[in-house]
Design a protein around this ligand. Structure first.
Ligand code: NDP
Ligand code: GDR
Length: 349
């Protein structure tokens, strides 16, 4: 039997890089959509790339954009993937208030362009949509697959559209299309302007004497932070199920931003109070106060159980950023893998 073929949008992002790694390790041929940029934007997947002229090449990259529907149709018709993972999005909640229209076009309408591309190309494939806990917004925790949505940002509203249009294509066209409703998940590959990575990079720089302070916004928000490498395993499991369905992935634990900050600084032997300053520019016009997920459906139906808890994750990320700084900016590619699912993890206790 020939290798399964997957197509990933957002392959250059945090999740795309872990997912590509996972699928390659399972013997898939992986195709990724990348945006043309004037600078290189593939640093998270460079370690996976083999020149396509080489016989062992299993990862192939194609230029395109979620705003270009015709390109998506022709790519899918040409590639005929068995599985499609739609991870591309303008994914920053704060930025979505600055760029609401662009966020709607990419994070919302981009998903229907992908679904239409599947339909119009006439291929039979399984489709994963990267839905988000931000859709729950103001609805208090615990949040599960049956919790009402109340988005609090242009990003959250766009993701609600994508969620429903994915469900609609499942019902209308009998497509194997699923929503993974993922709570925050982080890693050493997390974008530098998200809270966790901003903090752990600052800890490393402060520890090294390169920086004195870091400026943050709301410290009271509660989040359910998991480890991204474990979450991509859950995405894959959703597409291997007998029937298409929607699943929450979360650790089920809630910590405040302050908790994450305190643990990260303490891990490096620093007192956060001496280094964290407030800047109102990091507040959002509307905040999501508390997200704590109930992932019991994914546990029962997919056997998915996360192993890295949020405070272990904070320590893991601090260690990675300290190491990256010591290597003078050389990208720190973590090989920490799912304890019982792959390479044994070297997760700090
Ligand atoms: P990132 O921000 O790290 O990656 C986003 C990816 O989308 C990048 O590859 C980016 O490309 C690509 N992209 C952005 N706009 C376009 C476009 N118009 N056309 C094509 N590609 C585009 O996100 P994550 O990896 O953290 O998240 C993956 C997905 O999961 C996103 O949809 C996100 O909204 C969602 N999600 C994430 C959660 C998390 O906690 N990480 C939780 C729940 C949902 P480029 O590199 O060129 O910028
Ligand atoms: P979030 O992640 O909005 O939950 O969306 P982010 O890390 O940006 O914020 C988490 C919480 O920290 C507070 N905060 C700050 N946030 C940032 N970025 N920078 C700061 O300086 C700062 N200070 C305090 C925020 O107010 C917020 O409460 C992420 C994204 O990955 C989405 O794509 C994804 O869908 C959701 O997680 C689930």
């Amino acid at each position: 039997m020939s290798a399964k073929r997957a197509f990933i949008t957002g392959i250059t992002g945090q999740d795309g890089s872990y997912l590509a790694e996972l699928l390659l390790s399972k013997g898939y041929e992986v195709h990724g959509l990348i945006r043309r940029a004037s600078t290189f934007n593939t640093s998270r997947i460079d370690h996976l790339y083999v020149d396509p002229h080489e016989p062992g090449a299993k990862l192939f990259l194609h230029y395109g954009d979620l705003s270009d529907g015709a390109r998506l149709v022709s790519l899918l018709a040409h590639l005929q993937p068995d599985e499609v993972y739609n991870l591309a999005a303008q994914s920053h909640v704060r930025v979505s208030f600055d760029e609401p229209e662009h966020t709607g076009d990419t994070t919302g309408v981009g998903s229907v362009r992908m679904l239409e591309a599947v339909r119009m190309s006439g291929i039979t494939t399984r489709f994963y949509q990267a839905s988000s806990s931000e859709m729950f917004g103001a609805t208090p925790p615990p949040q599960s697959e049956t919790t009402a949505f109340h988005p609090r940002s242009p990003y959250g509203a766009a993701k609600v559209y994508s969620y429903w249009i994915t469900k609609n294509y499942r019902e209308a066209y009998d497509m194997f299309a699923v929503n993974g409703i993922l709570f925050n998940h982080e890693s050493p590959r997390r974008g530098e302007t998200f809270l966790t990575r901003k903090v752990t990079r600052a800890v490393a720089a402060i520890k090294a004497g390169k920086q004195k302070h870091v400026y943050l916004g709301n410290l009271d928000a509660v989040r359910d932070w998991g480890y991204a490498a474990e979450y991509v395993e859950g995405m894959w499991r959703m597409l291997q199920a007998d029937e298409p369905d929607d699943y929450v992935l979360a650790t089920g634990t809630g910590y405040t931003v302050r908790d994450f900050v305190e643990t990260s600084f303490a891990h490096a032997g620093l007192d956060w109070r001496e280094h964290v300053r407030f800047d109102e520019r990091y507040l959002r016009p509307a905040e999501v106060d508390a997200l704590i997920g109930d992932a019991s459906k994914a546990r029962d139906k997919l056997g998915w159980v996360p192993e890295v808890d949020p405070m272990a994750l904070a320590r893991l990320m601090v260690d990675a950023d300290i190491e990256e700084l010591a290597c003078e900016g050389r990208p720190w590619i973590d090989t920490v893998r799912l304890g019982s699912w792959g390479t044994k993890a070297a997760v700090p206790a």
